[in-house]
Design a protein around this ligand. Structure first.
Ligand code: ADP
Ligand code: MG
Ligand code: ZN
Length: 486
């Protein structure tokens, strides 16, 4: 019922993406950026907002912002400014956040970029702006017996460099929003600007969504927060679009407000009414000079960009003969692409390597919810496994069987194979003895085969494999059976 209502409308989505930048220190002070340090150990007067402390802009953060602007084809503004965004919240000790807000005459670091929605497609999502700002501290709510009894504050995250990327409302479906975010993430990883992990909050996405009559004026939007994976971005948006459709169908209006996504229940709920820009009393940060960017630096940055995922995908298709699907899968994350290239340097059969990565390895990652870069396995380990198969030391079946163990524990294939006695039996005499056994023990299928029934051979091969726990070399088994039954 709700689906039918939704189909009368066009879904309109614009994303605000916060990216934690890969810098060693914070945005305006020398405190280290480090995940998992004891609470309130990475702090100083600047990031605590103590009176009299002065911020100094982090050069590396600016470079990473420029790299992003270049990769997204943005215009970099020769002069931008930082502003104070004023509001009170316990995780914000200064009572204001330093951010680059497009405030009348002061543009942010960069504006007007694009990213194609599909590789080589003709749908482009416009990037409205890219700007730099600082993160807030982290509140930890303590529960006892299901009741919130206290809130603790960790200021280690306070002042950590963030970049905000805002799209125009150019996305038209929850699944499109998910794909776009995945593509943006792979660009950010390729240019080494961010680790891009939604699960760990180094990439955060607020999604604005509204409905309209197709081609009509934009409707009132809500902003959905708190999605911790690409999958939940899609789910949350689908739920929220549906909720708006039901409201409109019931004669209600959509209220502009912030919605929270509840992953466990699979619903969004209203949390607060959205402030208007003027509520924040933005004004230029008096302790920081305007940020001037040399146009030559922008050109240099552009020239020094590494290969972006779409170009990489093309190259994998042209040079390695991968299918569009496999090439997209292998270049979907920077870590996967680097892993792929490292393996094929040692084991130069790109198609075989991509089949393993997009097949068994991807299946393991999916099932375990892990990322390739979290695994103890290294490219030489995988190359060694494929080599063992190629040389006939182990069967393809054995390789599939031991792969999860390798991925889980970082153990080498050789080691697992020796420990578990999984060497392929390729010695002709050894296989012949088992083949003779099977022929003796299966007179029925043997005479079937001799009478011309081909399937009987498949059955006999299966019997030999069973007796050897799948370790007999299949080609050898086939040949010996045919010879002996002739
Ligand atoms: P704010 O600064 O209040 O968050 P912005 O103008 O920066 O508002 O817009 C935030 C995001 O909302 C942008 O990504 C934009 O594309 C998106 N957006 C704006 N209007 C709509 C709308 N009617 N429907 C969906 N998304 C919208
Ligand atoms: Mg906003
Ligand atoms: Zn500090």
């Amino acid at each position: 019922m709700a689906r039918m209502q939704l189909s009368n409308y066009e879904v309109v989505i614009g994303l605000e993406i916060h990216v934690q930048l890969l810098t060693a220190s914070k945005m305006f002070c020398a405190c280290a950026v480090q995940f998992g340090a004891p609470p309130n150990t990475l702090i100083c007067p600047v990031c605590l907002g103590l009176p009299g402390s002065l911020p100094v802009l982090n050069r590396k953060a600016v470079d990473l912002g420029l790299r992003t602007a270049a990769a997204l084809g943005c215009t970099v503004h020769p002069v931008s400014r930082f502003h104070r965004k004023n509001y009170y919240y316990p995780d914000l000790p200064k009572n204001y956040q330093i951010t680059q807000y497009q405030y009348k005459v002061h543009p942010p670091l960069a504006t007007d970029g694009v990213l194609a929605l599909e590789p080589e497609g003709d749908r482009f999502i416009r990037i409205r702006r890219v700007h730099l700002e600082e993160d807030t501290g982290r509140l930890v709510h303590v529960e006892q017996g299901g009741r919130a009894v206290a809130s603790l504050i960790d200021y280690n995250r306070s002042g950590v460099p963030l970049m905000e990327i805002v799209t125009e409302p150019d996305l038209r479906s929850p699944s499109g929003a998910r794909r776009f975010l995945g593509r943006l993430r792979s660009v950010l990883q390729a240019i080494e600007v961010s680790s891009g992990r939604l699960e760990e909050g180094t990439l955060r996405c607020d999604a604005n969504v509204s409905l309209r009559v197709p081609g009509g004026e934009l409707g009132t939007r809500t902003e959905v927060k708190n999605m911790n994976s690409l999958r939940s971005v899609e789910r949350a948006l689908a739920y929220e679009a549906d909720r708006q459709a039901r409201a409109l169908a019931g004669g209600e209006r959509v209220v502009q407000q912030t919605m929270h996504w509840d992953e466990r229940r699979g619903v969004t709920f209203a949390s607060r009414f959205k402030e208007e820009a003027q509520d924040y009393r933005y004004f230029p940060e008096p302790d920081l000079p305007p940020l001037a960017i040399d146009p030559a630096a922008v050109d240099l940055t552009r020239a020094a960009l590494p290969e972006l995922p779409d170009a990489k995908r093309r190259r994998y298709m042209d040079r390695y003969g991968l299918t569009p699907y496999d090439a997209a899968a292998v270049t979907g994350s920077a870590a996967a692409a680097a892993f792929f290239e490292d393996v094929i340097r040692l084991y130069p059969r790109p198609k075989v390597v991509s089949n393993w990565l997009t097949g068994d390895v991807a299946a393991y990652l999916n099932a375990s919810g892990k990322e390739l870069e979290d695994l103890p396995v290294t490219p030489p380990h995988v190359a060694e496994l494929l080599d063992l198969v190629e040389r006939g030391t182990i069967s393809g079946r054995t390789a599939k069987e031991i792969l999860p163990e390798m991925l889980e524990r970082g153990e080498r294939a050789q080691t697992i194979v020796s420990r578990r006695g999984l060497l392929q039996i390729s010695d002709e005499g050894d296989v012949a003895r088992v083949v003779d056994d099977v022929i003796r023990g299966q007179p029925g299928p043997v005479s079937d085969y001799r009478a011309g029934k081909q399937q009987a051979l498949t059955f006999l091969v299966g019997q030999v494999m069973r007796k050897t726990q799948g370790r007999a070399n299949p080609e050898l088994v086939n040949r010996l059976l045919r010879e002996k039954l002739r």
